[in-house]
Design a protein around this ligand. Structure first.
Ligand SMILES: Cc1ncc(COP(=O)(O)O)c(C=O)c1O
Length: 412
């Protein structure tokens, strides 16, 4: 049994404040999540007691810092069920992770005429690195369609992925449609055609159990700050067979074995990819975030968020003139709820909600091709996490109704 959200909230000091004279209701978790006390303490503890550079010193602090940094890598390995820590690279976040794959794997393996298959529901971070790679290599970038009901079109995936495909890269969970994509099936299709499967897990790892081996992902990217960890730290998982054949993206200190005047050799995995002083504090605090999430249980988090969606989605759907994007069945929708209200610009909606203390995002959510596909310029987006309560959901609904009345009655 998971602790109640009301109890878990107590671990997040930031949630206990007023915004515009109203208690804060934080529903922008898809953008970034809040940090529990345990993560804040891990950061502080590191800087107050163990701060030293890693992998370089023999003194006690350096050994402690190195031990904590590598212990965190092991926690992450277990968390995503990678075979070995050599396959877990620390990066700045999902964006960096995907750029590394596009640059390093792309440079090593992509040839003119090869095809890269993504989908219309990708975040810009899972589009632009592939566009750039396609330009560099004269490869072809193709998009899998979305069904009218808001799911990835698996029949179209079967058509788009062919023997010419070298890379398939898809979001595990959409940051706009809130739909969970069938990445294990996509990986199987990709592998049948000799392509690699890259997964953008930014919106999945924080919210549900993820097993990179069960998915048979070749690469899997995610960000610490969306899973209770600090900003500026993230992970790229890659299968050893690929990482070994890939060149580092950056060069310099920490990642070398020997440096000669004209040539150098690299350390073994995973360090050959981690040039320069890494975000040591961030990596250690991400380990603390993993401990915190695992104590709650990822299955519990997933189930609780499903319960919240089953509670709030029908209430949203019942509001006159309000459209929720993505699957309409609560069972197929994660806690990412993008919506629009007829006659209201999403920025006005978000500003109205902020006046009520409710934090949501408005805009294109770094998914302009998707919004074009949906034929909308922007949306508002409420996104839930395990520390949100049904009272938060009620406040969202009440604040939407108040905002609607305010703007639609024209009494401003
Ligand atoms: C699906 C998805 N992919 C990638 C990213 C980029 O993550 P980051 O900005 O942490 O690199 C995000 C962040 O919003 C996202 O939602």
């Amino acid at each position: 049994m998971m602790k109640a959200a009301e109890e878990l909230r107590q671990d997040f000091p930031i949630l206990f404040q007023e915004v515009n004279d109203e208690p804060l209701v934080y529903l922008d978790n898809a953008a970034t999540t809040q940090k529990p006390q345990a993560v804040l303490e891990a950061l502080e503890h590191y800087y107050q007691h163990d701060n030293a550079n890693v992998h370089r010193g023999v003194h006690t602090l350096a050994e402690r810092a190195t031990h904590a940094y590598e212990a965190s890598r092991e926690k992450i390995r277990q968390f995503i069920h990678a075979k070995e820590t050599a396959e877990v690279l620390f990066t700045r976040g999902t964006t960096t992770s995907l750029n590394w794959v596009a640059k390093s794997f792309g440079d090593a393996f992509i040839k003119e005429g090869d095809e890269i298959v993504i989908s219309y529901m990708e975040h810009h971070s899972n589009i632009i690195p592939w566009q750039q790679l396609a330009k560099r290599k004269k490869a072809v970038l193709k998009y899998i369609k979305i069904t009218p009901a808001g799911y990835l079109d698996m029949a179209d995936a079967q058509k788009q992925i062919t023997d010419k495909t070298a890379i398939v890269s898809i979001a595990h969970v959409s940051n706009v449609l809130g739909v969970i994509n069938l990445v294990a099936e996509l990986a199987a299709i990709a592998h049948q055609h000799g392509a690699v499967m890259v997964v953008d897990g930014a919106q999945a790892v924080p919210h549900m159990p993820v097993d990179v081996q069960a998915l048979d992902a070749d690469f899997y990217a995610f960000s610490g700050h969306k899973m209770c960890g600090p900003t500026g730290i993230g992970v790229l998982y890659g299968k050893r067979q690929w990482l070994e054949q890939m060149e580092p993206v950056e060069f310099g200190g920490e990642m070398i074995d020997f440096v000669h005047l004209q040539e150098s050799t690299w350390k073994e995995l995973p360090w050959k990819f981690e040039a320069g002083t890494p975000n040591i504090a961030g990596a250690i605090a991400l380990g603390a975030a993993v401990d915190y999430l695992q104590a709650i249980g990822m299955e519990n988090i997933h189930n609780y968020e499903a319960e919240l969606v089953a509670y709030v989605l029908p209430k949203l759907q019942a509001i006159e003139g309000l459209t929720v994007y993505g699957p309409q069945n609560p069972q197929d929708h994660t806690g990412v709820l993008a919506f629009n209200i007829d006659g209201l610009h999403p920025h006005d909606t978000a500003t109205g909600l902020d006046m009520e203390g409710v934090a949501v995002r408005a805009g294109h959510h770094c998914a302009q091709p998707l919004l074009k596909y949906l034929e909308v310029a922007a949306t508002a987006r409420a996104s839930f996490y395990f520390y949100n309560t049904k009272a938060d959901a009620d406040k969202l609904i009440q604040a939407i109704l108040a905002t609607k009345e305010f703007f639609q009655d024209g009494n401003f």
